[in-house]
Write a protein that binds this ligand. Structure first.
Ligand code: ATP
Ligand code: MG
Length: 436
């Protein structure tokens, strides 16, 4: 196949047969976020490269290997967003949101771009739902944001998923931890992969996140960050746990979670599924108290999370969770002859005004192929218009499931159709006949 007929590697189409699932999931995300006071923010798909260098951090895999960066025709360095937090924070600073009433609670849904090795649950274009809670330092903010992520998952039927939390401390207590890590990993330096050797000096915590089997085995016995927390960070973490318990949220403390991005402080968390293979993290988030000042804004403590929508869809599929069916047409109007076609156009117009889903033939087909298409479309009812129906003003409304037919007056079609669509049992259909 030539390139013109082939999507770029690592990208997916959402086809019409699936888009209602996406709409349902995204609808639940925005609705649930609304319950917690979060409003949607929409930011550009690309930003000045500097936005990501500053925020995501230049020692991360994302910045070092995964960004789609290019010069535009004006010579600016532009990057397709690998995640949305950076752009959202840029916007919150630029538009003065961070100077107004705090906390600012925003959520987003959007595409992200990372040049990664495509595999199950790992794409080059993927989508995230996420939230940012800007200007909330108290530990119940952490619990609230985690509770929101949990409720989004359960609102679409996902209960079997585990929450893992950790605290990676503040820059102050991390100094001692970095020193301990450096000492530990230096003693194993001949076994570490080349990337981790490079990380040893610049960002030893990143080694804990290395996916290579040798490095992860070494990392498993590395010093644990929880042992190095300062009093404030320890107190904060204890309070987060108490609030999670108060909200009825189960969690496990996993001291090995460090998250892939540089801007996190204190609480970090992940929702992990055992049902989708190696890319098991569906949602990751945490606190980033230093990010806003690092990006040139005021010192405003903040936190958030991002959920990968494709991985979420995989969980739904692999756990056999059924989402609501896509809506089908209420009525298919088959028409034969010019007069009938004009009547069909008029009926379609008024029925659609009334809120019905209505189809008619727009391909100039004969009756048989029209009815075949009506069957394939899944329409609940059909109706055939020919010269006789135009003359009498009456037609046969057919229940496509049962094959049962009733006579309807074209003048009152909207009322009859409403009754028939609402009728659960065929007896009600009979009643509708009597009224006609
Ligand atoms: P991973 O460890 O899987 O690489 P990450 O730490 O890079 O994840 P984040 O940057 O925290 O991920 O992004 C949040 C979420 O976005 C992830 O938990 C995941 O669900 C999703 N995600 C990240 N990268 C991809 C990708 N390449 N393809 C699909 N989903 C992704
Ligand atoms: Mg990654």
């Amino acid at each position: 196949m030539s390139e013109i007929n082939r999507a770029v590697k690592g990208t997916n189409d959402v086809l019409p047969e699936n888009s209602h699932n996406w709409q349902f999931v995204e609808g639940k995300m925005l609705e649930t976020a609304g319950l917690y006071g979060f409003s949607e923010i929409r930011v550009p798909v690309f930003e000045h490269t500097e936005v990501f260098l500053r925020s995501v951090g230049d020692t991360t895999d994302v910045v070092q290997k995964e960004m789609y960066t290019f010069d535009d025709k004006g010579g600016r360095s532009i990057t397709l967003r690998p995640e949305l937090t950076a752009g959202v924070i840029r916007s919150a600073i630029e538009n003065g949101l961070v100077n107004g009433a705090l906390p600012v609670k925003v959520c987003y849904i959007g595409g992200c771009y990372r040049y990664e090795k495509p595999q199950a649950g790992r794409l080059r274009e993927f989508h995230q739902f996420g939230v940012e809670c800007i200007g909330a330092a108290a530990p119940n903010a952490d619990a609230e944001v985690i509770a929101l992520a949990r409720q989004v998952l359960s609102s679409i039927g996902i209960e079997k998923i585990s929450l893992e939390i950790n605290s990676i401390g503040c820059p102050e207590c991390r100094k001692a931890y970095h020193a301990a890590l450096k000492e530990y990993f230096s003693s194993k330096s001949d076994e570490l992969c080349a990337t981790c050797l490079d990380r040893l000096d610049r960002n030893p915590m990143r080694i804990l996140d290395c996916k290579s089997p040798v490095c992860s085995e070494i990392a498993a016995s590395a010093p644990v960050v929880l042992d190095y927390l300062c009093d404030d960070c320890r107190e904060h973490f204890e309070a987060v746990k108490s609030h999670l318990t108060a909200a009825g949220i189960e969690y496990t403390v996993n001291p090995h979670i460090v998250r892939g991005l540089d801007y996190y402080t204190r609480t970090v968390f992940e929702f992990v599924s055992g049902d989708i293979g190696a890319q098991a993290t569906v949602c990751g988030g945490g606190r980033y108290d230093g990010l806003i000042s690092q990006m040139g804004g005021p010192a405003v403590p903040s936190l958030g999370f991002a959920m990968g929508i494709e991985r979420l869809m995989l969980v739904l599929k692999n756990q056999g969770i059924a989402l609501p069916e896509a809506p089908v047409p209420d009525l298919y109007i088959a028409a034969l002859g010019e007069k009938a076609q004009l009547k069909a156009t008029a009926l379609c117009a008024s029925l659609r005004e009334d809120g019905f889903r209505v189809l008619t033939d727009i391909c100039g087909r004969g009756l048989k192929p029209q009815m075949k298409y009506a069957g394939k479309s899944g329409a609940k009812f059909s109706l055939v218009l020919g010269d006789a129906e135009i003359e009498t003003g009456k037609a046969r409304l057919k229940n496509m499931q049962s094959g049962e037919e009733i006579s309807v007056s074209l003048n009152t079609l909207s009322d009859r159709l409403l009754e028939c669509v609402n009728a659960q049992a065929l007896e009600s259909l009979e009643e509708a006949v009597l009224k006609d």
